[in-house]
Design a protein. Structure first.
Length: 137
């Protein structure tokens, strides 16, 4: 059962304030993933503590640096159930995880940050790891 929309609104708003496009439907996921030019980051958002305390703040810090991905999309895994399923079916090589971050270059998946790579890390450490990943895109 999806989370209450009012409960997740602040978490969604945090991502939109970073410049992320919300991908709430399978069609929006397809449109985001079908753009095959440049670099992209797909963030699977979550209500958990590591999303609130590390992933979203770390992502926000990382996006202030260059290089950064050309596009950022976000799916709220606990609410946008069909959108999350569509994205995950396209990348079966990466285990389902929320939060998590998928990196794309010219439409191809080139990296993935699993929840276990975020848990227990402070926002600065998450940001630094993301900045290194951006430099490799």
């Amino acid at each position: 059962m999806p989370y209450d929309p009012m409960m997740v609104k602040p978490m969604r708003d945090e991502m939109v304030a970073m410049g992320a496009d919300e991908l709430m439907t399978p069609e929006e996921v397809d449109a985001f993933l079908n753009k095959t030019e440049g670099t992209a980051l797909l963030f699977f958002n979550s209500v958990c503590g590591c999303a609130a305390g590390s992933a979203r703040p770390g992502l926000a810090l990382s996006l202030q640096h260059t290089p950064a991905p050309d596009r950022v999309g976000t799916i709220f895994a606990g609410q946008d159930i069909e959108a999350a399923a569509r994205a995950r079916e396209k990348f079966p090589q990466y285990p389902s995880s929320s939060p998590s971050i998928l990196f794309l270059k010219n439409g191809e998946a080139v990296g993935y940050v699993h929840r276990t790579d975020i848990e227990g890390r402070d926002p600065r450490a998450v940001s630094e790891a993301l900045i290194v990943a951006y430099q490799q895109l």
